[in-house]
Design a protein around this ligand. Structure first.
Ligand code: PNS
Length: 165
C-alpha cells in the first residue's frame, strides 16, 4: 500500500528542523507531500513561489518528496491528494496546545485522516522560522539552522548585516 502523508505549513522559510521532520516522516510513509498554505491574510517574508523554490532546492536529494501548495481546508486538500495522514512536528511543550487544537479540529472535519506528530531532533527543539527570521534580520548568523538555499536568500534580503532601524 502506498502510504502518503501531507506535511503542511507556512515554511516561511523552511528550516533544518522542518527537513528533520520530513526525513523522519519518510521512514513511516512511502511518500510525503510538503504542502505550503497559500494564505494572503498572513504577512510573510518570502512569497509562496520563493518558498516552493527553497523547498525544492533543499529536498532535491531526498526521494519520495513532493512540494505543493494548497488553499482552503487542509483536510479537503489531504483527501484530494488521497493522503492517509497529516504530519506535524512537535518541538517543546509550548507547541502542544495549538497542535492539539488543530488536530482535533481536523479530526472533527474528517475522521478518516489521522494526525501524526513527530519529535524533532534535539538540536532543533528551539528553532522556528520566526526566530530565525528575526535573528537574520538583525544580522545574526543562522547558517547552521537553515539549508543553504535559505541562508543565501536571507543574506540577499538582509544583506548579511544588521538591518538599520
Ligand atoms: O506552519 P504553520 O503556520 O504552523 O502551519 C499551519 C497550517 C498551514 C498547518 C494550518 O494553518 C492549516 O492547515 N491551515 C489551513 C486551513 C485549515 O484547514 N485549518 C485547520 C482547521 S480550521
Amino acid at each position: 500500500m502506498n502510504r502518503i502523508a501531507i506535511y503542511p505549513g507556512s515554511f516561511d522559510p523552511v528550516t533544518n528542523g522542518h527537513l528533520d521532520i520530513l526525513r523522519r516522516g519518510l521512514r513511516l510513509f512511502d511518500r510525503v507531500i510538503v504542502a505550503i498554505l497559500i494564505n494572503p491574510g498572513k504577512e510573510s517574508l518570502f512569497p509562496v513561489p520563493e518558498r516552493v523554490a527553497m523547498l525544492e532546492e533543499s529536498t532535491k536529494d531526498i526521494r519520495n518528496v513532493e512540494i505543493d501548495t494548497f488553499n482552503g481546508l487542509l483536510v479537503d486538500y489531504a483527501a484530494q491528494r488521497k493522503a492517509h495522514a497529516i504530519l506535524r512536528g512537535m518541538r517543546a511543550i509550548s507547541d502542544f496546545e495549538y497542535e492539539f487544537q488543530l488536530a482535533m479540529m481536523n479530526r472533527k472535519l474528517n475522521r478518516e485522516i489521522q494526525t501524526v506528530f513527530l519529535m524533532t531532533g534535539f538540536r532543533w527543539i528551539f528553532t522556528s522560522s520566526s526566530i530565525i527570521k528575526e535573528a537574520a534580520r538583525f544580522g545574526g548568523d543562522v547558517d547552521d539552522m537553515v539549508p543553504p538555499a535559505v541562508s543565501r536568500r536571507l543574506k540577499e534580503k538582509f544583506g548579511g548585516g544588521a538591518e538599520s532601524a
